[in-house]
Write a protein that binds this ligand. Structure first.
Ligand code: DCP
Ligand code: CA
Length: 404
């Protein structure tokens, strides 16, 4: 069992996106009913409506002629997609500065896994910082939902609109969702909504308490995911497009242990292995995760994400060591497995700066050690931190494999 505890996921969505981009370019449009989609005498539908226009009942997807009936004084704009794609790129660039776990979900929305990103304080403070940056740099407002999973984060961002910031605390997901209309659950389209309403399901809470076989028989396999979502259960990861890469090493002990110097030496060894692999791929990592499996098989992970990518053994280890202390302060029991993973990989050299001589010096040393290890084997050099493991490396191959 892996307890993927403490995930912190943001859903960030720009408010009235197309309209807001037009308003940023022409401040005279601010505070007014504005519609992007085309002239009202043409065929076509509303793409985006300002919140002032929404007060008249205007919604995206509505025929322009109908929008005109509802609010003849609205300003109708043709729109220009290249402006929106440019704004979208700038928006994603800002978000990528906070976490490498960025999954764009459309031009103006993205999921961001910020687990372990403590640089800005609490998740709320981080979200505020993000909103301020978006405002200052793009002149756009964003709504952010914070939760332990994607689906709840998305609903939370939606519920606070516009300029919203809603955090759903871990453990309260189900209560948060329960009173909301069933149509607000992502994945529930018009057809599914009608099916559920025919079953007497009007709220997310009512779907959550429906027996699973009933859901399955009416909605098929997709109903299972919806039922899980309704219960606040969503294990989908935030997956950056393209490379979903990480490097990890773990080891199960022959005997469960709680001996700190030994655990640290093993951790150091795993960090060196991971660092060696990172450098051989010419990559650096922004996130370090440790995994601990306790004697009772409970498995926990703890992550730390940093703005500074690294491939230095020392930096990786110091981050991992901090996480080990934290994990053991929360549960101090015999440990049977330790693992280290680095992820959020970036190209090497991007983040190396001359005015940060310390990591650079370490990396230089690491690379020299890598060359020797390539030639004579990994165990040919022990750094001070892994000397404790010397006997294991120099022992018989069976001993070595049982440890590594
Ligand atoms: N869009 C579109 N046609 C639609 C829905 C949306 O062209 N039927 C475009 C215009 C929107 C953008 O996609 O500006 C983002 O869609 P959203 O659903 O996020 O809507 P908005 O950003 O306009 O409003 P908000 O997110 O504040 O509800
Ligand atoms: Ca939007």
């Amino acid at each position: 069992m892996t307890l993927d505890m403490g995930r912190c996921i943001f859903h960030v969505d720009l408010d009235a996106f197309f309209v807001s981009v037009e308003q940023a370019l022409d401040p005279g449009l601010r505070g007014r009913p504005v519609i992007v989609g085309g002239r009202p005498d043409r065929r076509g539908v509303v793409a985006s409506a300002s919140y002032e226009a929404r007060a008249f009942g205007i919604r995206a997807g509505m025929p322009l002629s109908r929008a005109y009936q509802l609010c003849p004084q609205a300003i109708f704009i043709e729109g220009n997609i290249s402006r929106y794609t440019e704004a979208s790129e700038n928006f994603m660039t800002i978000l990528s500065g906070y976490s490498p776990y960025l999954e764009p979900a459309g031009l103006d929305e993205a999921y961001l896994d910020v687990t372990g990103c403590g640089a800005y304080g609490t998740p709320q403070q981080l979200a505020k910082h993000m909103k301020e940056q978006i405002k200052a740099r793009l002149k756009l407002t964003a709504s952010i939902g914070i939760a332990s999973c994607k689906v709840v984060a998305k609903i939370a961002s939606d519920i606070g609109k516009p300029d919203g910031l809603v955090e759903v605390m871990p453990g309260t997901e189900k209560d948060f969702l329960a009173p909301l209309p069933i149509g607000s659950l992502p994945g529930v389209g018009k057809k599914t909504e009608a099916t559920l309403k025919a079953l007497g399901v009007n709220t997310i809470g009512q779907l959550a308490s429906l027996p699973l076989p009933t859901v399955k028989s009416h909605l098929g396999a997709s109903g299972i995911a919806l039922h899980n979502y309704a219960n606040g259960v969503d294990t989908r990861r935030v997956e950056p497009p393209g490379e979903a890469k990480s490097i990890s090493r773990e080891t199960t002990f022959a005997r469960d242990t709680l001996e700190l110097p030994f655990l640290k030496a093993v951790l150091r060894y795993l960090c060196e292995q991971v660092g060696t692999e990172l450098r051989s791929q010419n990559k650096q990592a922004r996130r370090v995760t440790i995994k601990l499996r306790y004697a009772d098989f409970e498995t926990i992970t703890r992550s730390l994400t940093s703005g500074e990518a690294t491939s230095s053994d020392d930096v990786i280890f110091s981050r991992a060591e901090g996480l080990l202390h934290k994990a053991l302060s929360q549960r101090r029991e015999l440990v049977r497995l330790v693992g280290v993973e680095v992820s959020g990989l970036t190209g090497y050299g991007k983040q190396l700066r001359l005015f940060e001589p310390v990591p650079w010096r370490f990396e230089y040393l690491d690379r020299a050690i890598d060359r020797i290890r390539r030639k004579y084997g990994f165990a040919s050099i022990q750094t001070g931190r892994t000397l404790l493991l010397k006997d294991i490396f120099t022992g018989s191959p069976q001993t070595a494999t049982s440890w590594l």
